[in-house]
Design a protein around this ligand. Structure first.
Ligand code: C2O
Ligand code: CU
Ligand code: CU
Length: 495
């Protein structure tokens, strides 16, 4: 029997709440219906009614007029089961939890229309997008309940897997853990893109992984007092579906399947591998393709990080996520979250020998800068200042000029884990505690792990966009650390 894939967004889709509806009889029809609205199942046969079918966010269709493609995102409250059988108050884009996937193409003009129905200030940041600071969605452009923010931007980067999420001061952790996160796929006209699987939901699959903190009543925690509540559970979710004791199933109708992995957790580290110990073929890091496909046995994703892999399936493959606590408390353990079973007879062509050319920066003439991540009690600091207000951001601004070439020494002066993220431009890892990177770590990054006590050097060029009013951000992507002050502004001024 060969299940027929249904295009994303067509009727017949089933979301995670459907499962809750079946299991948790007390849940209302409305909750089930709204919870399902941004999810599509990969097939529509009887098997699709199974509680275990892999689901993924719908692809958001835009409306193109006058050469500009407009996308509409509604930020709204809802309910969803992050713990099986328990209803949680959540938030989502165009639905109750998570948001639809957007496909952007390099060179395309895009207008986002984002409406805030959250009852609180918010903003939406396009994580990993190389766009002007004014449309980057940092805390400076926060907008209030009832308002619509309509930034226009031109996609200006190579193919990559990005994501979007709120970024207002002090509320980022709360809004993201409640479900406000979605994926952005950037496509380009490169030979690698043409050769790789790209049929969304068929052989190009989004995998949004999260480990949350929830009490038994379903209240999702996001701050220190919440995390210190007794008897917390740390559920693991794949595209919003709890996989604590469930392995989702996906039937691959193509031999080669591409997975876009995103760790959208507030803090925890997620390491993805095959349960059989075999390799997966990594093709991309956060900011684009590797120079060549690289076989890896595991992929370690800190909060905010992404990777792309392909699998050439000759037999079923099960993927597991190993969770490592990233903050004061967190998840742990191994979760077999997805089994991909091939039902295909095609023979894919060999992957291109070269996917990308990455010219390693010669940093000898780059301007050096030091970024120190430290703490004072529970306050998190960058270069000694807690970025918890816009005034602090102004006073601690990192100011550079358009086309500046810089090498940053990012020192973690704490014993805590940090996930260092830079807006605007991709960077290269120059060294980690003095050692040059190898393998996939040579790829373009926007988020990098900086373990307690370590030093990571990164290099970047501030191309294309300058502004003297709007700033970018650099921060720890452990969202509590960001809210607790580990964030600074970056102003790229014209020279
Ligand atoms: Cu994903 Cu500044 O954030
Ligand atoms: Cu970002
Ligand atoms: Cu941190």
């Amino acid at each position: 029997m060969s299940p027929t894939p249904s295009p994303a967004g067509t009727p017949g889709k089933r979301g995670p709440s459907r499962r809750g509806f079946l299991i948790g009889g007390a849940l209302g029809v409305g909750a089930a219906a709204t919870g399902a609205s941004v999810f599509a199942a990969n097939n529509t046969t009887a098997q699709a009614a199974s509680a275990d079918t892999f689901t993924y966010p719908d692809l958001l269709s835009g409306t193109t007029s006058g050469g500009v493609t407009a996308y509409t995102l509604q930020m709204q409250a809802g309910t969803h089961e992050v713990l099986s059988g328990v209803t949680s108050s959540t938030m989502g884009f165009n639905g109750s939890y998570l948001g639809p996937t957007m496909k952007w193409t390099n060179g395309q003009s895009v207008q986002m229309n984002v409406t805030n129905n959250l009852g609180a200030d918010t903003t939406v940041h396009w994580h990993g997008a190389h766009v002007p600071a004014k449309v980057d969605g940092g805390p400076q452009v926060a907008f209030s309940d009832g308002a619509t923010w309509s930034p226009e931007l031109t996609v200006n980067q190579d193919a990559a897997t990005l994501w979007y999420h709120p970024h207002a001061l002090g509320t980022t952790a709360e809004q993201v853990v409640k479900g406000l996160a979605g994926m952005i796929i950037v496509e380009d006209d490169s030979a690698a893109t043409a050769a790789l699987p790209s049929d969304y939901g068929v052989d190009d699959i989004p995998v949004i992984l999260q480990c949350l903190a929830v009490d038994s009543s379903g209240d999702i925690k996001y701050n220190l007092s919440g995390y210190l509540t007794a008897n917390l559970k740390f559920p693991v979710l794949c595209n919003g579906v709890n996989v604590d004791s469930t392995t989702l199933t996906f039937t691959a109708t193509k031999t080669r399947t591409r997975l876009r992995l995103l760790n959208a957790s507030p803090a925890d580290i997620i390491t993805v591998s095959r349960t059989d110990g075999g390799t997966t073929t990594q093709i991309a890091t956060e900011q684009g393709y590797l120079t060549a496909a690289t076989d890896v046995t595991s992929i370690r994703l800190v909060a905010g990080a992404r990777a792309e892999v392909v699998l050439d399936l000759t037999a079923a493959v099960t993927l597991q996520a190993v969770i490592t606590t990233g903050w004061v408390k967190g998840g742990s353990g191994t979760y077999e979250f997805l089994t991909i079973t091939p039902d295909a007879s095609d023979t894919p062509a060999a992957l291109p020998a070269s996917l990308n050319s990455i010219e390693r920066y010669d940093t000898s003439a780059f301007t050096a800068r030091t970024i120190t991540l430290s703490q004072s009690g529970l306050t998190m600091l960058i270069n000694g200042v807690a970025g918890t207000t816009m005034a602090a951001m102004e006073s601690n601004m990192i100011t550079t000029t358009l086309d500046a070439e810089e090498i940053w020494t990012v020192t973690n002066a704490t014993q805590l884990e940090h996930s260092f993220h830079l807006h605007d431009v991709p960077f290269q890892i120059v060294s980690v505690d003095g050692t040059a990177p190898t393998g996939a770590d040579v790829g373009w990054k926007d988020t990098v792990e900086v373990v307690g006590g370590s030093t990571v050097k990164i290099a970047m060029k501030f191309t294309d966009y300058a502004d003297s009013t709007y700033m970018y951000m650099l921060h720890c992507h452990i969202l509590k650390h960001e809210d607790e002050g580990m964030m600074a502004g970056l102003m790229v001024e014209s020279s």
